[in-house]
Design a binder for this molecule. Sequence first.
Ligand SMILES: Cc1cc2nc3c(=O)[nH]c(=O)nc-3n(C[C@H](O)[C@H](O)[C@H](O)COP(=O)(O)OP(=O)(O)OC[C@H]3O[C@@H](n4cnc5c(N)ncnc54)[C@H](O)[C@@H]3O)c2cc1C
Length: 436
Amino acid sequence: MHVTVIGAGLAGSEAAWQLAQRGIDVTLREMKPEKKTPAHETEYFAELCCSNSLRSDQLENAVGLLKEELRRLGSLILQCADATRVEAGGALAVDRHGFARMVTEQIRSHPRITVVPGEVTEIPEGEVVIASGPLTSDALAERLQALLGADTALHFYDAAAPLVTAESVDMDKAWFGSRYDRGTADYVNCPMTEEEYDAFWKELTCAQEAPVHGFEDKMVFEGCMPVEVMARRGHDTLCYGPLKPRGLKDPRTGKEPYAVVQLRRDNADGTVYNLVGFQTHLKFPEQRRVFSMIPALHDAEFLRYGVMHRNTFLNSPRLLDRYYRLQSQPRFSFAGQMTGVEGYVESAASGFLVGVETARRLQGKPPIDFPRETAIGALGLYVSNPSVTVFQPMNINFGIMPPLDHRVKGKRNKNAELSARSLAIIDQIKQEVREA
Ligand SMILES: Cc1cc2nc3c(=O)[nH]c(=O)nc-3n(C[C@H](O)[C@H](O)[C@H](O)COP(=O)(O)OP(=O)(O)OC[C@H]3O[C@@H](n4cnc5c(N)ncnc54)[C@H](O)[C@@H]3O)c2cc1C
């Protein structure tokens, strides 16, 4: 039994691993390092192309639940993320390179996985999992268009935030801390007075953007909106978003500043930080000019500037079943961002489900019912739901899971109960899911 997986990103790596762990031989085809998408920089698999955060690790948050489900079920991506985590308050952030290196080593050393480098330009014979991501190469995207017809590709735009070196941040003008002093002091907080913010905001709203063909503000995915697009929505919009000062008292004044830019550690050594929420597609010299107006970043050394890229995904509600399998030609499954799930963890979750179910099908076993009460199941059911007419990339959220059958006071308590309900189901099916 053999499966070809196209793309060794978060979804493809997870799918290949789950298949191989269940005794299926896998050919994993990845175009790196020969050819790289505009957002990928290294030769490693499962490269995180923007933030190094896999978002909240709390069970009161849906993405925290999704991670816990994957953890209990034996996900490779979660195992590597947990092993390479860096402190980030209640979030699971990882050492970007350490994480990707570990995934790559695990995949390369698996006896059932053969890695074949090079761009896939023709769709292979046999059983195929397509996990080539939001930046699928043009040649493959054309082939998919021909395979799937007009419903193939919808485009949105995603953006990535810049990285700066820790030593270039002026710590006389910043401090280490977490919001409301919760957890450890993992963020570098860069305060701004009202006058400083006002000058920064004015320059940000009129700074020059890099040309992106076909780009319009309305085509931006809300969860990854460029900071300049958000700034244009109003003078104080950023102060209610990524520059929110609530719970961040400057130890030098004992007060909350007018606005605070937070920097999050990007590697285990703490030598590199990313600007939280500063996804952008400004021209590079403009990023340097405008972001250097943040007082603590006046001499910041930029290791990478922010970039904006196309995000290609399928019209999945018309094409896929709940296991991300192509209804019209079941030898094809899709996984990852291109199915319309949005985010690192969601991409890994779809790869997990595809890996498990493809292996089961090839072995003549019935599919496992991941019900809508579980986050993994809810995602697959959402993207394949034919009643969804205007399909947009979807982060996991409790809104796509059935409500509780009783009233619970307080959102956190309610979410905690929704998570407990899901994890009870996961614990029941865990053994069957994990069996080879
Ligand atoms: C610029 C950008 C920033 C993002 N930032 C975030 C973020 O901060 N947080 C977040 O949660 N999500 C983010 N996302 C969304 C998404 O979660 C990630 O893109 C995630 O990596 C998707 O996982 P994937 O496995 O589907 O695709 P990828 O991780 O992109 O993996 C796809 C792989 O397929 C390979 N490939 C492509 N075409 C071919 C081909 N023809 N032949 C062989 N190999 C091929 C690629 O080289 C790549 O390794 C971002 C997306 C983009 C584009």
